[in-house]
Design a protein around this ligand. Structure first.
Ligand code: UGY
Ligand code: MN
Length: 262
């Protein structure tokens, strides 16, 4: 990551960017176009803001590389903002409400809106990378209070997505009205696809964990690859085919849930 001068970029082919941004509709952000942002509270980190209200999302997603003892020890979220952290690689320690959670690859913590989280790299001098999410919590009458949720994706239950065994899905948060959103991984065997082109009120921010696919976003067919980020706004038509020979095409994504529209 970082800036290149034009000649250097041209020589290395980097001015042929795959990224596409269609505000309030969809975006594909590829790793070669990402730049570092400075965000107070994040120290010794490379941080990139991905989906955000600036492209029409009601949440914010980040990709953060934690170096040395990097992290956020000031506090992320809380005061009405719920947060979720997922380890793409490395080892980190997350603290919520005085409790420490040591996470390895695939590990995650959800912090409810009344609690902030802190986190620090714990990877013996090597970088760790996390996918980070925050969203203002939408209150609702008659529902419980969300709680801290933690675990590892390898221990989650996978099920066939809409009856298709070749597409598996997992839910990170409980099916409980206390939660106004959920985080999932959707994983497609090579050649598998959605059963139809979804068009729904919910929005998504998705980070590709493995494999590659061709994604229909508002009827534009976009190649997407491991490390890409996809924003899908409310009502954006969406479906994908997984391509490749053996690697599953999988992405972690957020989806608002369990609430009326304000
Ligand atoms: O849950 C979903 O809406 C999901 N199947 N959407 C998607 O993969 N684009
Ligand atoms: Mn969807």
């Amino acid at each position: 990551m970082g800036y290149l001068n034009h000649q250097q970029g041209y020589r290395e082919g980097l001015l042929e960017l795959r990224s596409v941004v269609k505000k309030d509709n969809y975006a594909v952000l590829t790793p070669d176009g990402l730049v570092n942002n400075v965000v107070p509270g994040f120290d010794d980190c490379d941080i990139t803001i991905l989906g955000s209200p600036r492209i029409g999302a009601r949440f914010v997603d980040y990709l953060v590389t934690l170096k040395n003892n990097g992290g956020n020890t000031q506090g992320f979220g809380g005061n009405g903002i719920q947060t979720f952290i997922y380890v793409v690689y490395g080892n980190i320690t997350v603290t919520v409400d005085g409790k420490d959670y040591d996470l390895t690859e695939g590990g995650y913590v959800y912090a409810p809106p009344h609690l902030e989280m802190t986190f620090v790299n714990n990877n013996k001098g090597q970088d760790s990378r996390v996918f980070l999410y925050k969203k203002r919590y939408q209150e609702a009458k008659g529902v419980g209070q969300p709680e801290v949720i933690t675990g590892n994706k390898n221990d989650l239950t996978w099920k066939a997505y809409e009856g298709m065994e070749e597409v598996q899905v997992t839910d990170f948060l409980p099916a409980d009205l206390a939660y106004d959103m959920n985080i999932h991984i959707l994983s497609f065997k090579p050649g598998a696809s959605h059963g139809y082109i979804e068009t729904h009120v919910q929005e998504h921010g998705a980070y590709v964990l493995s494999g590659r696919g061709v994604y229909n976003l508002d009827n534009d067919w976009m190649p997407v690859d491991k490390g890409d980020y996809i924003f899908m706004a409310a009502y954006t038509p969406q479906a994908t085919y997984a391509v490749g020979l053996d690697e599953e095409f999988s992405y972690i994504y957020s989806k608002d849930a369990n609430r009326d529209i304000e």
